[in-house]
Unconditional design. Structure first.
Length: 650
């Protein structure tokens, strides 16, 4: 490795990492660190936080220790640095003892510039002894995902609180704390809990302009999910679900429909999780269906879509997870499927929270975003204290509100009167499902035993289907017309609900189910009913008998065949020039094959953005290749001849 001790940051940026200029606050952060000023840097996911410690690490004469919360991702970081010609190692329990000793010796001998450890590993006796070795000089201590040190952060981890004691042992080392999600309260906690000394706090824009923000009423989540996947055919995506059961169920359904998908949650063994994550990172699996256990710190740059099947617990969590899309700066999509019913699933876990009141406040901010009638990006950024100007983000690329216009609340007075009357006439002793079945005229055993088929509200609600009645119930609970008991989920009218029913008040609600069933939310060739059946696009909804009904359901096996025929264009197909498109496709094929030979993720060799730049510039020499985006000297020497041989075919 070339010695860059004392070099200019711009020289390291170009020669090692292949970039011509710094982004966002990178330059300010790097110069702060080089001047030994403790720094807290808040930058968006994909904003280039890693370079803020990697470049100083090469310039310092000592070692930089990076504290990372997930040991499963350290290998990925080290692979990327090694490909760029940087000597980096990690020390954790996944290493064989011989490899562990080899890595420690490389640090003692001054051969390694960057060491990755977990917060638990940092506090271990072996690493403490290593860092106090007279041959080892700690120049910089970097804390990645620093929001984990705050109880206000969505991923609080008590072990992060131990970092401060280690930091105090090395007063000459500069400390850099990095995170993508930090409200003012979280920032204060980071400074205090990491014992930062008179830190510079640098806050970049939270705006990820390349991510389209979309929120859809969760009317038919499977249909809405399939629609999004089809928009990103053969591209990587992550689907977040609230429970392990939902993760496993959705994964199985997607597999039955012919999609490439795997599950990831804490219920799997360590070996299974590692295997699934590696397959996803290496582009051998398209979709990862996961709980929150997946994704923190993931460096995979070509994730093109993120779907939230359920409501996240906070905007910080949502921001962190959506930020895993489009890290390469190319267009990406974040879809949130929102139902007020999800609120109660989240609240169910508040009893186990260290501070239920704090958890409730965070949830309310998330609800405000999901139900906002104004620009999502504006609400999103204002939460983090940033004013959104709307510059550089066209309406069609901003959010669903800007693209489609705000859908005003609709008059739902009559359906609400029917629902509230039915609750009263059944004695206020039943839950939402039972009430919906009475309104739909069900003759199930329990309804007949209770003689509720004889009351005036039995069967008067066939203009909506069951899922719509449940959604309307959730809206009335959110608007304080109804309340649900904690123990048995029994519905009761509040004073506001009784008053509205008695006075026949007009009730306006954001209930767009009818419109959703027939407009742009239906996808290209099929739609899905809530019972899982599939129906062809263009089948007219019928209002006779039971709400939105569609004829001739299509089986899952037929949809599986249709998926093969209806493949959407990948990101390469958006390239107008056919010659450039063919070159990019050939480079992508070569990259995948060669990455498998090297046993590394494809993006460790080159990211999609680099492939596109090569395809457009069509270099003929190594010197010309080195001028392409993200190609430093080491990658030019290591991969250059192979890339040029691919280009020679064209």
């Amino acid at each position: 490795m070339k010695d860059y001790t004392g070099a200019k940051p711009e020289k390291v940026l170009k020669e090692v990492f292949g970039y011509d200029s710094f982004r966002l606050l990178q330059k300010d952060i790097i110069f702060n660190v080089l001047n030994k000023k403790d720094t807290l840097a808040i930058m968006p996911t994909g904003g280039g936080k890693s370079l803020c410690y990697q470049i100083p690490a090469l310039i310092f004469d000592g070692i930089t220790v990076v504290v990372s919360p997930l040991i499963s991702l350290m290998q990925d970081q080290v692979d990327s640095l090694t490909a760029a010609g940087v000597n980096a190692v990690f020390l954790n329990s996944t290493l064989e003892w011989s490899s562990y000793l080899e890595a420690m010796n490389s640090i003692r001998n001054g051969e390694t510039k960057i060491l990755y450890v977990s917060p638990e590993g940092l506090a271990s006796s072996k690493i403490q002894e290593l860092l106090h070795d007279q041959r080892v000089k700690l120049s910089c201590l970097t804390v990645d995902e620093a929001h984990c040190v705050s109880e206000w952060g969505h991923d609080f981890r008590p072990e992060f609180l131990e970092i401060a004691s280690v930091r105090r042992q090395f007063p000459d080392a500069v400390c850099l704390a990095l995170t993508a999600t930090a409200t003012p309260q979280v920032r204060t906690d980071i400074v205090e809990n990491l014992a930062l000394v008179k830190p510079q706090v640098l806050v970049s824009s939270f705006n990820r302009a390349n991510i389209y923000l979309d929120v859809k009423i969760k009317n038919n989540p499977l249909a809405q999910t399939v629609e999004c996947i089809r928009r990103h055919w053969d591209e990587s995506g992550i689907i977040y679900c609230f429970s392990r059961k939902q993760v496993d169920s959705l994964t199985q359904t997607l597999l039955e429909l012919g999609y490439s998908a795997l599950n990831y949650h804490a219920g799997l063994s360590d070996e299974e999780r590692k295997k699934h994550q590696n397959l996803f990172i290496r582009d051998q699996v398209q979709i990862m269906v996961a709980t929150l256990a997946f994704g923190m710190g993931i460096d995979k740059p070509n994730v093109r879509f993120i779907i939230h099947w359920d409501l996240p617990k906070s905007l910080e969590q949502y921001y962190q997870e959506t930020g895993r899309a489009g890290r390469d700066g190319l267009p990406a999509e974040a879809l949130l499927l929102y139902s007020p019913g999800d609120i109660y699933k989240v609240r169910h876990f508040f009893a186990d929270s260290a501070d239920p009141q704090k958890a409730e406040q965070l949830l309310k901010e998330m609800i405000n975003y999901a139900s906002s009638p104004v620009c999502r990006r504006k609400v999103f950024l204002e939460y983090f204290g940033e004013k959104y100007t709307g510059q550089n983000v066209p309406p069609d690329s901003c959010c669903d509100i800007c693209r489609n216009g705000c859908r005003p609340p609709v008059d739902m007075t009559v359906p609400c009167q029917k629902l509230m009357s039915c609750i009263i006439r059944t004695g206020s002793r039943f839950g939402a499902v039972y009430i919906a079945e009475v309104l739909l005229g069900s003759r199930n055993k329990k309804i007949l035993e209770n003689s509720h088929n004889m009351i005036s509200t039995w069967g008067i609600g066939r203009e909506l289907d069951k899922s719509q009645w449940l959604y309307l119930t959730a809206l009335l609970i959110e608007k304080k017309y109804l309340v649900k008991t904690q123990d048995y989920a029994v519905l009761k009218l509040t004073q506001a609900g009784l008053s509205a029913l008695k006075n026949r008040d007009k009730i306006l609600l954001p209930f767009n189910q009818f419109k959703n069933a027939a407009d742009g939310s239906s996808f290209d060739s099929v739609s899905l009913k809530s019972d899982g059946n599939f129906v062809p696009k263009g089948a007219a909804p019928s209002s006779s008998g039971g709400g939105l009904m569609f004829p001739k359901p299509v089986s899952k096996s037929k949809l599986k065949k249709e998926n093969v025929l209806l493949r959407k264009k990948s990101s390469l197909d958006s390239i107008e020039d056919s010659g450039t498109r063919r070159i990019a496709a050939a480079l992508k094929k070569w990259r995948k094959k060669y990455s498998e030979e090297l046993n590394v993720p494809p993006y460790v060799i080159f990211g999609d953005r680099t492939l596109l730049d090569i395809a457009q510039k069509k270099p003929c020499t190594l010197a010309e290749l080195s001028d392409c985006y993200g190609i430093g000297e080491n990658k030019t020497l290591k991969f250059g001849d192979k890339v040029l041989s691919v280009l020679e075919q064209f």
